[in-house]
Design a protein around this ligand. Structure first.
Ligand code: MG
Length: 405
């Protein structure tokens, strides 16, 4: 069977609020809603052609979304004032291609599954149309005369909520739509109701909870969260991670000199810092934090101060080594946070450069790195200007080890 998909995405999303961007272009996870819809149908085996019915103002946006799809697979058609007229415009545009069947889908249902589409397509072997539907969970009240004080309860066991894609034999639904248009009926809210009105043989097939229509801003937030969780949460038990945090602390004393090295950055100062290596308290505290997170000793275990190799050594290699130890265990650095404690030099102006330097050494994004500074209000050794202290924490993601294993 030669199957086309017609996606209705011409709406302006007036019920959603929160900015002028129509809802089908709002992001869910890392892509606009309409991209998710397109992706689902573009990867459905039986589909030869996708007609996207859009608002003319959205053409540039949609062309960008469809850019990566095979040329000729997607046709853009300008929609009408109502959903019904938009669908008719899409069906008319498909006529010359004469598909056997068409799946008509709302652009605001991004989580449609291939299984659901297959159920709809399978029903078209025996019926002129198929409608995915779900039983309703709420007890339904029907108001008798438009007031809220006179109503009765409907038998909900007989009531279903209709979803999309609704599938039809192409010729039959095109004729039904044309007939509705010619009869000046423009009040149908889905295509199955036009099929019912014109007497098509239709069948309900099982819909899916996940295939709900995104209507409100709340729906959009929930969908976005769901998508992000799906991206983040490993599907496979063996891929699961655990997070561990380590802390570090270091102090170096001031001595002769004209610069100090802090977080890998040489900063001009009236004094230097004394130490076996370059005395970078920030990197030392951070190295201990990383080693602490994986329970792998401390900087002194890996780089003994008695070893002449580390005399005046640049401390970035200590931190790089600690990161290497994390990687060797299949882990990665999720986040680090360093606090420098001193009265002088002023740290603030150097912070962006320190973050960039740590990003290089740790090989992680700058937004996973924090560098902060504080004085001690003139109190203690730091306050008296005798030295600089640093504390750090590091969060490390590691493959999950079962407790007791
Ligand atoms: Mg040290």
């Amino acid at each position: 069977m030669n199957i086309a998909v017609l996606i209705v995405a011409a709406g302006r999303g007036s019920r959603m609020g929160g900015g002028a961007l129509p809802k089908q272009f709002r992001r869910i996870g890392n892509a606009p809603m309409l991209s998710h819809v397109l992706e689902r149908f573009a990867t459905l085996r039986a589909v030869d052609r996708i007609v996207l019915v859009i608002h003319p103002d959205d053409r540039a946006r949609v062309e960008e979304l469809a850019e990566h799809l095979p040329p000729g697979k997607v046709m853009l058609v300008a929609g009408g004032a109502t959903r019904q007229s938009s669908v008719l415009a899409g069906l008319e545009a498909l006529e010359t291609h004469a598909p056997d069947a068409v799946l008509i889908h709302d652009g605001a249902r991004p989580f449609v599954s291939h299984e659901l589409c297959e159920r709809v397509i399978a029903a078209l072997d025996e019926f002129q149309g198929a409608v995915p539907a779900l039983p309703v969970a709420d007890t339904l009240k029907m108001v008798d005369d438009g007031t809220d004080s006179s109503f009765h309860t409907l038998d909900r066991s007989k009531i279903y909520g209709a979803q999309t894609p609704q599938g039809f034999l192409f010729r039959d639904i095109l004729d039904a739509h044309r007939k509705a248009h010619a009869s000046k009926r423009d009040d149908f809210t889905d295509d199955a109701s036009i099929g019912e009105w014109s007497g098509l043989a239709l069948k309900l097939v099982a819909g899916e909870e996940a295939n709900r229509k995104i209507t409100t801003g709340e729906d959009l937030l929930a969908a976005d969260l769901k998508q992000k969780m799906g991206d983040v949460l490993p599907q496979n038990e063996d891929d699961r991670l655990e997070y561990r945090t380590g802390s570090g602390f270091d102090v170096h004393r001031f001595g002769e000199g004209s610069e100090v090295t802090l977080c890998g950055l040489a900063i001009p100062h009236s004094r230097g810092l004394k130490g076996h290596s370059d005395a970078d308290v920030g990197l030392h505290a951070l190295t201990d934090a990383v080693l602490g997170a994986i329970g792998d000793g401390d900087i002194g275990t890996h780089f003994p101060p008695t070893d002449v190799r580390w005399k005046n050594a640049a401390s970035d290699q200590f931190l790089a080594h600690a990161v290497e130890r994390v990687r060797a265990r299949g882990g990665s650095i999720a986040h680090v946070d360093v606090t420098l404690i001193c009265e002088a030099p002023k740290i603030g102006p150097h912070r962006p450069a320190m973050v960039a330097r740590l990003s290089d050494i740790l090989e992680i994004e700058p937004d996973r790195i924090s560098v902060k500074a504080t004085t001690t209000e003139g109190l203690g050794f730091a306050g008296r200007g005798e030295g600089i202290a640093a504390m750090a924490s590091a969060t490390v993601a590691l493959p999950l080890q079962k407790l007791g294993a």
